[in-house]
Design a binder for this molecule. Structure first.
Ligand code: AMP
Length: 122
């Protein structure tokens, strides 16, 4: 599927709509999720046009990949969850429950997060 340049995170990256920024570097932007599902819920995204982890892992440069994962760790430290533990999650495609078609890594923390999946497998 072709990347949709009008997805909400692409628009944030172009400065067309605001975000509550946590961190930014040459390759990466991190901001608070608009509907947090934990006391800490930050999204970390690459600046490049990647729909999901599928094409990011295939097309992104080593520098972009390193920057994204380093940024996730940096953000966890900046928002103060690194000592007590946190969770990183990426939804991919329909079965993964991905709503926004621009790769984003969720960073959750600030409480015991419980089991990874809440619903039993059908
Ligand atoms: P996913 O289901 O993995 O695609 O997650 C999409 C996430 O983007 C959800 O947690 C939304 O709350 C979040 N989200 C959607 N629009 C915005 C926005 N404008 N600013 C921040 N987070 C957003």
């Amino acid at each position: 599927m072709a990347y949709d340049p009008n997805n909400i995170f692409a628009r944030i990256l172009r400065g067309e709509i605001p975000c509550n920024k946590v961190y930014e570097d040459d390759h990466t932007l991190a901001f608070h999720d608009i509907h947090p599902q934990a006391p800490v819920h930050v999204l970390v995204i690459p600046k490049g046009a990647y729909e999901s982890m599928n094409d990011f892992s295939e097309r992104a440069s080593d520098a972009e990949i390193a920057a994204l994962f380093r940024a996730v760790r940096k953000v966890a430290g900046m928002v103060g969850v690194d000592a007590e533990g946190w969770r990183m999650l990426a939804n991919v495609g329909a079965n993964g429950g991905q709503e926004v078609p621009h790769l984003h890594l969720h960073v959750f923390g600030g409480r015991r997060l419980g089991p990874m999946l809440t619903k039993p497998v059908a």
